[in-house]
Design a protein around this ligand. Structure first.
Ligand code: DON
Length: 565
């Protein structure tokens, strides 16, 4: 062997070894690991309270009730009793289900209630103030869950939130900033000062004794402590004084619905997600089933081709969302057809790697901007093997901004999730049609996608996100990160994200996204929007590791926290 060959071989060996060493030493950025049980939510106090319930022997459903009410106190921007939500669950034996406790339109709501005489949308009335409020569902939802699955007394589950409201929460930097951002609208909507519209600074403690009293009434009288009696009086008086239409009859008639989740296979995985009135499950199924034949794992993560494929699947799915989806109690939804492989492959016939499809060629609609606001998602797995995935919301940050002073809580602005006028975008830029028009007692279409994934009959992942229309695409990207790109749960939730929703016809990127792909995408005709855009989603998720331990992914975009034992 001559000198050159020896040098070459040594070089190759060195290269191989160093590559191996780099691979081996590339430290995975793992989130919190726990052996038994975990809660990941938007706030540390809430995750701790939920976990504590499980330490006392409670199950994931008990923990859900306690976590949810803790979020009401410690995360008033989205944690709520004045809003609604969805829960997807999977029991240790593999049984799954979904609870819909979405808000409902008041009985005297009408199809054209946000239109001016000339037929224009009175957009602000569906977004802010008393007319924007749907009949809240959260308390009915929590009591229904507790009735079916709870093992610890409701009093014990409510008490930690009462204590938190009485003792106070220490506010974070992000919270102080948010309170100050919304100060003006709090004052404008409520026509007087409210608890949250003071000069709050990070580190200050906010006590909310009136909210503690509301929770006491709920503890004593059950769901009637919210839907009847004093709390109901407080809500109705406040809403009607500000020109709203919610009555005591609306509150008394609120009901929850158990729904069959959307369940579908993606490669060898079983995905369980929220059915209508959320669009989440159907859109996730459509997008994943559309990209399945392309074997997306062969493309580099967040590369041009990766983005192209996902965007084209998203574009087609959101166009369908807009036309077909609404409250299943009011409209027939062709779910089977919408998620059938045959239909989806036909839909992709117009896809071309060399040229962006134009959204205007799929169907027509007008273009508008986008505003990001708040909802909250939490994921729980208990030591019995049950899991719950919950997304709950007031819709926008602090909902309608209407604050029930005497009760200490905000009311939602969920009415904006209806399509006030076909073809006119709502605050998330989403276009709706007749299927999502307003009717008394109807539920507005949602994008909230609490999701659970099972692999080979075993629990694999629990996840979800806030983010309005970007919820679905956020959940989607986390699923792909885990199933195809070998990321840890923490890496996955931290990754930069992008989003396309058919209209407006552009791809939104988070500011942290690598801009190197923008040029090549533009060349193919894609429009890029990284202006006016902060973050896309905020995922709190749990991954079951191969050895059965749990890894929490707490999104660094917020104060989110995983707690486990
Ligand atoms: O149900 C929906 O899809 C919306 N109301 C969710 C709003 C939301 O996620 C705002 N948060 N970022």
């Amino acid at each position: 062997m001559n000198k050159i060959s020896i040098l070459l071989i040594t070089g190759i060996l060195l290269l191989c070894c160093s590559k191996k060493t780099i691979q081996n030493s590339r430290k995975k950025n793992r989130g919190l690991i726990a052996e038994n049980a975990m809660v990941v939510s938007a706030k540390e106090e809430a995750s701790k309270i939920g976990l504590d319930i499980m330490k006392q022997g409670g199950n994931a459903f008990d923990a859900m009730v306690a976590t949810d009410l803790a979020l009401l106190v410690t995360y008033p921007v989205a944690g709520n009793i004045g809003g609604g939500g969805f829960m997807v669950f999977r029991l240790a034996d593999g049984t799954s289900g979904a609870l819909d406790y979405r808000e409902m339109a008041p009985i005297s709501a009408t199809k054209n209630m946000y239109l001016e005489q000339e037929g224009k949308v009175v957009s602000d009335n569906s977004k802010t103030g008393a007319l924007a409020i749907g009949v809240p569902g959260t308390i009915a939802g929590l009591f229904e869950i507790h009735k079916k699955f709870g093992t610890i007394s409701i009093e014990k589950l409510i008490q930690p939130a009462i204590n938190l409201a009485n003792n106070g929460i220490v506010i974070t930097e992000a919270q102080a900033k948010r309170f100050s951002q919304h100060k003006v609208s709090f004052r404008k909507v409520n026509q007087k000062r409210i608890l949250y519209d003071q000069q709050w600074r990070a580190g200050d403690t906010i006590r909310n004794p009136l909210l503690a009293k509301t929770l006491e009434r709920i503890k004593t009288h059950g769901r009637d402590g919210f839907y009847k009696g004093k709390t109901a009086d407080f809500i109705v008086n406040k809403v009607q004084n500000l020109g709203g239409i919610i009555t005591k009859e609306d509150l008394e008639n609120y009901n929850v619905k158990w729904r069959e989740p959307i369940i579908f296979n993606y490669n060898s995985h079983k995905i369980i997600s929220m059915p209508p009135p959320s669009s989440g499950g159907i859109c996730l199924a459509q997008i994943l089933k559309t990209i399945e034949p392309f074997n997306i794992g062969q493309y580099k993560h967040n590369s041009k081709k990766y983005i192209q494929l996902i965007v084209e699947a998203e574009r087609r799915s959101y166009a369908d969302r807009s036309y077909f989806l609404g409250d299943p109690d009011f409209v027939d939804i062709p779910t089977e057809s919408l998620i059938s492989t045959k239909y989806l492959s036909q839909r992709m016939k117009s896809f071309n790697w060399n040229k962006a499809t134009k959204s205007s060629d799929l169907t027509r609609g007008s273009l508008l901007g986008f505003e990001s606001d708040e909802t909250t998602h939490y994921s729980i797995v208990d030591h019995y093997g049950n899991s719950v995935s919950v997304t709950t919301t007031l819709n926008g940050a602090y909902g309608s901004k209407v604050f029930v002073d005497k009760g200490g809580f905000f009311l939602n602005n969920e009415m904006d999730d209806f399509s006030s006028k076909p073809g006119t975008p709502n605050m998330f830029g989403l276009i709706g049609a007749e299927a999502n028009s307003i009717a008394p007692k109807k539920r507005m279409l949602s994008s909230m996608s609490p999701t659970i994934i099972e692999t080979n009959g075993q629990l694999k992942m629990v996840l979800g996100s806030p983010g309005g229309s970007t919820i679905i695409t956020t959940v989607l990207q986390n699923i792909l990160n885990i199933l195809h790109y070998n990321m840890t749960m923490q890496e996955s939730v931290s990754e930069p994200r992008f989003h396309h929703q058919w209209l407006p016809d552009n791809i939104k990127f988070e500011p942290s996204f690598d801009t190197v792909v923008f040029g090549p995408l533009k060349k193919l005709g894609y429009k890029i929007d990284n202006s006016n855009f902060q973050v896309i989603g905020k995922t709190d998720a749990i991954l079951v590791l191969p050895d059965g331990r749990l890894e929490g992914g707490a999104d660094p975009r917020g104060d989110d926290k995983a707690e486990g034992f």
